[in-house]
Design a protein around this ligand. Structure first.
Ligand code: BG6
Length: 487
């Protein structure tokens, strides 16, 4: 369905995120004719360049990030014609005239300010927008992650932005919530009668969430070295995934109902302090190795040959949710750069059956396992015990029931940003993080971060292309369990 006409202003409009994700995402929405009327996309950046130069830059980005088959020349032309460019140092109070001139009256169009800059600029940009008279009471602001560096800095940003925009018009984006496979998680849980009655400590032994990446830090070393995997991935994407797996059924998907359930999970996460941080968390940092048979440099080399860094590029955590549903069910989280493959999945490991009626000779009875594959090869796999056909004795084997998205749905499905950008224009905040969620997530992360400092827990080396240091396997082995990929 088309969205209302808009002026979409992107601060940091020539940056990596804008060119790699936002522009291609908006391009696809153009191709589907969801963008109508004289909607415009206005990039703001300090670089002094013409709109023609900016359009060329975006055309280049489309060549790189959109497959040729999807780049119909008339759609590219239509899309490029929507692009405008304003050179502006948004941290300064003056020079806002060009942007003001570029915008249609706010009563006529939805006006969105997308802040794809360093979070340290969010406050200043919002203040300047207000002082320049560009904020009306219908404008929306989108905040990219990372939202601060810890709870305190996030609170400061939220205060500054909140002084200009009311909470219902602040869209804190976490692109994982826009992924089709993540949304399907809710449909799987609440659109089927089958799973929900089993979705608790009575039936589930434990949960694993893995987001493995084969890429390294990709030219983002400066940012990454200040963040590390815990802040870069766990504070946001992982805790959101964990909430969707663990939350109580919301009464609807509208605005706050789901967010009200998610916040309860975040607040029930058991803090991991200095006394147990070494048993419950693992930090790793990659050394040179090989991914897909190709040699790759180590993290320190990517930092420009530094001989030391205390930043983790991999983290594994055993966490617990202190509530009635999940008491005694550990959630194991793991994410890392330069792992053997790109693969994100959630594994729900059910408990073993209480009694084996088949006798030992029939073979091991593996407990049921539900694997929700988020990317790539999105799908859902449920392993069930089956009789191996044939005469003679009864033999059993675990066999998967397999749902592959690619086989079930032939149409291209949208990238996470496409869906979320259109939700902003429609004014639907349900898939964006509320201020209290960000705050609760940081509170939990800060405790771990402080415990690492207090116990002087350094990242352990692992070879690029491996599943991480041995301690990551031991985190589960100590509980007589193992990571799904190790089985
Ligand atoms: C970003 C992180 O938020 O998510 C990156 O900053 C990471 O470090 C990326 O690579 C992963 O996203 P995706 O969609 O490729 O899984």
């Amino acid at each position: 369905l088309p969205v209302p006409p808009f002026d979409f202003v992107v601060f940091g409009g020539t940056g990596d995120l804008s060119l790699r994700k936002l522009m291609p995402g908006l391009f696809y929405r153009e191709a589907d004719r969801q963008i109508i009327g004289d909607s415009r996309i206005i990039a703001v950046s300090r670089t002094d360049q013409t709109v023609g130069q900016f359009r060329n830059q975006v055309a280049g980005a489309l060549d790189r990030y959109v497959p040729a088959a999807d780049r119909h020349p008339e759609v590219v032309e239509r899309f490029l014609a929507r692009l405008h460019y304003v050179a502006l140092d948004a941290t300064r109070g003056e020079g806002w005239g060009d942007l003001r001139d570029a915008l249609a009256p706010a009563e006529e169009k939805v006006r969105v300010f997308y802040l794809a800059t360093s979070p340290s600029l969010f406050g200043a940009i919002c203040r300047n927008l207000k002082d320049a008279g560009l904020v009306s009471d219908t404008c929306r602001v989108v905040l990219e992650k990372p939202l601060g560096h810890d709870r305190k800095s996030a609170q400061a940003i939220n205060e500054e932005v909140g002084a200009v925009f009311p909470e219902e018009r602040i869209f804190r984006i976490d692109h994982y919530l826009g992924k089709e496979s993540v949304q399907n998680l809710m449909v799987l849980r609440f659109g089927n009668a089958l799973f929900e009655p089993l979705w608790d400590s009575g039936w589930i032994d434990h949960v694993q969430i893995t987001v493995a990446e084969s890429i390294g830090v990709e030219g983002r070393a400066e940012y990454y070295d200040r963040a590390g995997a815990l802040r870069d991935m766990v504070q946001n994407h992982f805790l959101q995934l964990l909430c969707l797996v663990a939350m109580e059924p919301p009464s609807s998907l509208s605005e706050d109902t789901m967010r009200n359930e998610k916040i309860k999970v975040l607040r029930a996460l058991r803090p991991i302090g200095a006394a147990e941080v070494k048993q419950k968390t693992v930090r790793g940092q990659y050394r040179p190795g090989a991914v897909d048979g190709k040699p790759v440099p180590g993290y320190l080399e990517e930092l420009g040959g530094r001989n030391q860094s205390n930043t983790e590029t991999l983290v594994s955590i055993k966490c617990e949710i202190d509530n009635w549903r999940w008491g005694g069910v550990p959630f194991y989280l793991r994410t890392g750069k330069r792992m053997p493959t790109r693969c994100s999945e959630i594994v729900i490991q059910f408990k073993a059956i209480p009694h084996n009626v088949f006798g030992k000779g029939a073979g091991e009875l593996a407990a049921n396992k539900l694997v929700i594959r988020l990317q790539p090869d999105e799908g859902v796999r449920l392993s069930i015990m089956t009789k191996v056909p044939g005469p003679g004795g009864l033999r059993l084997r675990s066999v998967p029931l397999n749902l592959s998205y690619a086989e079930a749905f032939k149409d291209r499905y949208p990238e996470a940003y496409e869906r979320l950008l259109m939700d902003v224009v429609r004014g639907n905040p349900a898939l964006f993080m509320r201020r209290d969620e960000v705050d609760a997530a940081w509170a939990w992360i800060d405790t771990i971060q402080a415990a690492w400092v207090e116990t002087d827990m350094k990242p352990e080396p692992y070879s690029a292309g491996s599943w991480g240091p041995i301690s990551s396997a031991l985190l589960l082995a100590r509980d007589n369990r193992s990571w799904h990929d190790a089985e």
